[in-house]
Design a protein around this ligand. Structure first.
Ligand code: ZN
Length: 361
């Protein structure tokens, strides 16, 4: 109880908005209740090897679960649920309570989780943060088509942790790093390394699971290349709902003709001039389809596809961009979402994909 009060006092002092203050008070109440009910039974606290992990996005949670596998005593709480926006997420009291109790927080990084600093302050989280963007070459600019390596960009001062352990800041860079499978492999290795460092007891299990999952991701990357590389480069064109696929298009030699919402942020609205420009670009390049995204209202994509006289892929045929799909859907896992997206993109080009490798089905 005393500990609870200290944590909350520190949190309150860093909170900036009335809404967060209310959340802090609600989290305090939840912690007090938890403390009271657990105080009678020491056994319910669990073993010292237990690890509480919180993961932010649907993709990061899936990569993290693949590293953890069935390791006993390690629990993952996923904050963002299927088809919720990762950019403008609004954490619940339950989210902040889980975060406050977590040993490890796994994030996407590159500024995707715009809400994270406030959530950390409100929850009192003081564990280890694993930033999945470590070692990834970040694309910059709203166009998002130019990849650049950290060492080429002259932003070493931003890319390094400072003495206080503050996370590096890629704000303004393209945060949709997971869309290239090679990046997902790097991210999974970073997550496994971070979790192994946080728990020596489970390190060997995490590393073995990571090796198995990396082999699946390599098979996925191979299947995507085999299919896309066979299509003439001039026909590899993509129009999506927002600028979420810059790393994907760069990795597989696809021309990103444009986006319905020409922004990294899925909350923006296209202007009339932007709609006209995209319709003109679709006509000029011979794009055959406009893809909506599962987590975004398809209305503007429908309008543009109709004006340009091309097919729109939406509903069950939308791409999984900022969010994976719910359990049981085509996009329930990262690997399944990539198989879904690539199959539909190939279909839009008039290509039938080759059989999916057996260990990915
Ligand atoms: Zn996005």
């Amino acid at each position: 109880m005393v500990l609870t009060i200290i944590i909350n006092r520190r949190s309150v002092s860093t909170v900036t908005t009335p809404r967060l203050l209310l959340l802090v008070l609600a989290v305090s109440a939840a912690l007090v209740l938890t403390g009271c009910s657990a105080s009678g039974s020491a056994a319910s606290v669990g073993s010292a090897d237990d690890l509480k992990v919180v993961a932010t996005t649907t993709q990061i949670a899936d990569l993290t679960r693949n590293v953890i596998g069935d390791t006993a005593g390690v629990e993952v709480t996923q904050l963002i649920q299927a088809n919720q926006s990762a950019h403008s997420y609004d954490p619940s009291v339950a989210d902040l309570t889980a975060l406050g109790a977590a040993d490890v927080l796994v994030i996407n990084g590159v500024g995707l989780e715009e809400w994270l600093d406030d959530a950390i302050a409100a929850s009192g989280f003081d564990g280890v943060t694993i930033d999945s963007d470590e070692g990834i070459a970040i694309q910059d600019g709203e166009a998002g088509h130019e990849a650049r390596a950290d060492e080429e960009s002259g932003r070493e001062d931003e890319a390094t942790e400072d003495a206080t352990g503050e996370e590096h800041d890629h704000d303004g860079g393209n945060p949709h790093i997971w869309t290239a499978v090679a990046n997902a492999e790097t991210m999974t290795a970073t997550i496994a390394g971070g979790l192994a460092a946080a728990s020596a007891t489970h390190a060997a299990a995490f590393e073995a699971n990571e090796a198995g999952y990396a082999a699946q991701l390599a098979a996925l990357d191979g299947w995507i290349h085999e299919n896309i590389d066979a299509v003439p480069a001039a026909q590899r064109l993509l129009v999506s709902n927002h600028d979420a696929f810059g790393y994907f298009t760069a990795a597989y030699g696809i021309t990103y003709v444009g986006s319905v919402i020409p922004s990294f942020d899925d909350n923006a609205e296209p202007s009339a001039a932007e709609i006209d420009d995209l319709v003109a670009a679709i006509s000029a390049t011979g794009v055959k389809a406009v893809f909506s995204e599962a987590s975004i209202n398809p209305k503007a994509a429908d309008t543009i596809a109709t004006e340009a006289g091309v097919t729109v892929y939406s509903g069950d045929e939308a791409l999984y961009g900022d969010s994976l799909g719910p359990a049981g859907s085509d996009g329930a896992t990262y690997i399944a979402s990539q198989l879904h997206n690539v199959s539909l993109i190939l279909q839009s080009w008039g290509v039938t994909p080759s059989a999916v490798p057996a260990d990915l089905q």
